[in-house]
Write a protein that binds this ligand. Structure first.
Ligand SMILES: C[S@@+](CC[C@H](N)C(=O)[O-])C[C@H]1O[C@@H](n2cnc3c(N)ncnc32)[C@H](O)[C@@H]1O
Length: 258
């Protein structure tokens, strides 16, 4: 199945529980208002995260890729330029609209040297339905920490089912637990210090993020060890985890061939 058929067959399967449907609605509302700010958000950290995923993906030509929580295309555009066929999925139609504009601009600027292709689907990740064993690579950057914890586990199991044998899941995200480990505390300290240096605006962000993080509203990161466990429990092999920058880490695993 090529990426066009895959894109035509993938759907929002619906059927979310009430808390999951509510969480997805909140994400849609929040992110639909942040299209401009996220699109302009060209931080060195985000660049490093995208570069790490693109490098981890390796030779992308001809791969069928699903990008979960694609936003305005920071990750899926470089992958498509490298020759992948990407199905870009996001809960926010406004984000996808900006992605379509950026894809058209970059395709025009490259005058035919844009090697791959992008299709899009507006769907919560939690209810995304993709035909079994049709995908070579599932990627996500800075999106899955928004999912509720049971949905993270379900997503990893679903991704395993979408992947062809030998296919890979690569998750790059804010990865930290709730302060129980020295690593968590180091990440929290460095985030707080970086925000505090910004003055009153930063202090406001510290208060807001601390409330969201402690109450598990919108921001629900888990540690790279916890992500690795989810992948292993779902059957992934060769699972590895490594820090990228600040709070961001990358976890990846492969669906065994046998
Ligand atoms: C921080 S942005 C990251 C965007 C992009 N992946 C990047 O690295 O720049 C998070 C994105 O995830 C999307 N998102 C959040 N929760 C989602 C959900 N439950 N289902 C689908 N998309 C979701 C948001 O709409 C937003 O576009």
């Amino acid at each position: 199945m090529g990426i066009d058929e895959l894109a035509a067959a993938a759907t929002d399967g619906g059927g979310a529980s009430a808390p999951t449907a509510l969480a997805a609605r909140v994400q849609r509302r929040v992110w639909s208002r942040r299209v401009d700010s996220w699109d302009r958000h060209q931080s060195a950290g985000l660049e490093k995260v995208v570069a790490a995923v693109v490098a981890e993906a390796g030779e992308a030509t001809g791969l069928s890729v699903v990008d979960l929580g694609c936003g305005t295309g920071q990750l899926c555009l470089p992958l498509a330029e490298k020759g992948a066929g990407v199905l870009a999925v996001d809960v926010s139609e406004a984000m996808l609209e900006r992605l379509r504009e950026r894809a058209a601009e970059r395709q025009a600027a490259q005058e035919g040297r844009f090697a791959g292709s992008i299709s899009w689907l507006c769907s919560p990740i939690e209810t995304l339905a993709v035909p079994a064993q049709t995908v070579d690579l599932v990627v996500s950057s800075y999106a899955l920490h928004h999912l509720r914890d049971p949905e993270k586990a379900r997503l990893v199991r679903n991704a395993y089912g979408w992947l062809r044998p030998g296919g890979r899941l690569i998750v790059a995200d804010m990865m930290l637990g709730r302060g129980a480990t020295a690593d968590d505390r180091r990440i929290i300290r460095s985030k707080v210090a970086a925000l505090a240096r910004r003055g009153p605006g930063g202090w406001w962000r510290i208060a807001k993020n601390a409330a969201r993080y402690l109450l598990r509203v919108q921001e629900r990161p888990i540690s790279s060890d916890a992500w690795s466990r989810l992948l292993r429990d779902a059957g992934f092999a060769d699972v590895t985890a490594r820090p990228i920058v600040a709070e961001a880490a990358l976890v990846q695993g492969r669906r065994p061939r046998g």
